[in-house]
Design a protein around this ligand. Structure first.
Ligand code: 6PG
Length: 257
């Protein structure tokens, strides 16, 4: 089971031994997708996941920046975020701050190619609209074309949310704006998030799921009833892009063998 790829709802599942194996495998996937994008089009675009899980993956990428195994030409990379908390960039909860500390301060990516969501904006809707414009401009996709990211990294919450698409969100449909600023009741806060249209336009989406607390939501999303309004991660069905669930053994512990 460990390491084997098998088909799951709408994609592929790979089970890593533990969190550090997950980080290494995830870094391998990022380097592989980046290498192909750079070879095919001379540019690589990635939307980073927030939360705690991806930090170890970012740190592996930063540590290998000079290595060959996972060498990425960061000078030709564009980095976006899947979502952001509505806090300033130096706030401990900022997804930007986490990625900056774990990766971006340690690789030679031009500042103009780091596309931060303005969580500090007192008007989250304005921040979302500005981000959609920045995404379109950076990827050369004027409306109504949907920008195509090479890679999107996502996490899975205990309630099966992903990015900042939470159960009951108004932005779960295929008609949503590309970037939205939902008010999340349970958090009593706004968030800024990419929405299903742009997530599903990506060439490759990778969920990173670690730990026993995610075993039930992972089983519900992959093997339970398809109820995207309750399980927003089920809205992520990239086409024609590919979907990979990269999970550790603890998170996979409730899946059918
Ligand atoms: C966020 C994330 C969110 C996260 C999941 C999993 O801003 O919090 O985008 O969707 O990926 O909640 O978070 P952990 O990795 O911390 O469990």
């Amino acid at each position: 089971m460990i390491g084997d790829a098998r088909a799951v709802r709408g994609g592929t599942l790979v089970v890593a031994r533990d969190a550090s194996d997950l980080a290494r495998r995830g870094a391998d996937v990022v380097a592989s997708v980046a290498g192909k994008a750079l070879e095919d089009r001379g540019r690589f675009s990635i939307a980073l996941a927030g939360g705690a899980t991806p930090r170890a993956l970012y740190e592996v990428l930063a540590a290998d920046a000079g290595g060959t195994a996972r060498r990425i030409d960061w000078s030709r990379a564009h980095v976006f975020w899947g979502d952001e908390r509505c806090v300033p960039p130096e706030h401990p909860d900022s997804n930007y701050r986490m990625a900056r500390e774990a990766l971006l301060d340690r690789v030679p990516i031009p500042a103009a190619q780091v596309h931060r969501m303005r969580g500090e904006d007192p008007d989250p809707d304005r921040a979302a609209a500005l981000y959609e414009s920045e995404l379109r401009t950076a990827l050369g996709a004027a409306a109504p074309e949907i920008p195509r990211l090479d890679l999107v990294l996502l996490g899975l919450g205990p309630d099966a949310h992903t990015a900042s698409l939470f159960p009951g969100s108004a932005f779960l449909s295929g008609m949503a704006p590309l970037v939205a600023a939902p008010y999340v009741e349970k958090l009593a806060a706004h968030r800024i998030t990419l929405t299903p249209p742009v997530l599903n336009a990506a060439s490759q989406v990778v969920f990173l799921v670690s730990g026993s607390a995610k075993a039930s939501p992972l089983r519900d999303v992959l093997e339970g009833e398809v109820r995207p309004e309750l399980r927003p991660a089920q809205c992520v069905r990239p086409s024609p892009g590919a979907l990979l669930w990269l999970v550790d053994a603890e998170a996979a512990s409730r899946l059918r063998a």
